[in-house]
Design a protein around this ligand. Structure first.
Ligand code: COA
Length: 157
């Protein structure tokens, strides 16, 4: 299937209902966010949010927080969501590419994320994008729901 015609842009407050609705489509409990948490993550002063639109439909988004971690700034991927009808057409690649660009611009040395150890699609996606497994966090999402930790260092240019 061909790539959808996408527009990437920043977050607007009016996006919040669409972000929340898409997150409900993308995640089961306990991985989905409440509306309040989504707002807090998207509107945090250290947030970089990339939104993907196809026509007038919000089809994906990525929220990254710029954080200090072990003496360097990192872009921490809080969430990455793509509408189920538009998967495997490169939407997430475009979102993460732009999120990484913005993190580099904010002087980050790397990207970092947690992903549920059972989320095979996302793990495959991140590995395909050059992320390396650097650790695990038992019970990160609750009892019996472990996270893997992935990191991608930016090459110094
Ligand atoms: C993970 C996710 C963001 C990928 O989005 P996407 O737009 O489909 O990804 P892209 O089209 O850019 O990249 C596709 C690549 O990712 C991997 N991938 C994605 N879905 C896959 C699947 N169902 N099976 C195997 N590999 C998969 C493959 O490497 C694939 O490349 P290929 O199609 O050439 O085999 C999407 O499946 C999603 O929103 N999932 C639910 C939310 C989630 O888990 N988010 C990440 C955790 S924070």
């Amino acid at each position: 299937m061909s790539s959808p015609n996408l527009t990437l842009r920043g977050y607007r407050r009016s996006d919040l209902p669409a972000l929340f609705a898409l997150d409900l489509l993308c995640f089961e409990e306990p991985f989905r966010f409440s509306r309040a948490a989504m707002r807090q993550f998207a509107e945090s002063p250290n947030a970089k949010v990339v939104v993907a639109e196809s026509g007038d439909m919000l089809v994906g988004f990525c929220i990254v927080h710029i954080e200090r971690f072990e003496q360097e700034s990192v872009g921490y991927i809080t969430t990455l969501d793509v509408h189920p009808d538009l998967r495997r057409r490169g939407v997430a690649h475009q979102l993460i590419g732009e999120a990484e660009r913005q993190a580099r611009e904010a002087n980050c040395g790397a990207m970092l994320l947690h992903v549920f150890s059972g989320n095979k699609e996302a793990i495959r996606f991140y590995e395909r994008c050059g992320y390396l497994k650097v650790g695990a966090h038992e019970g990160f999402y609750g009892i019996g729901a472990d996270a893997l930790i992935y990191r991608k260092a930016f090459k110094v240019s």
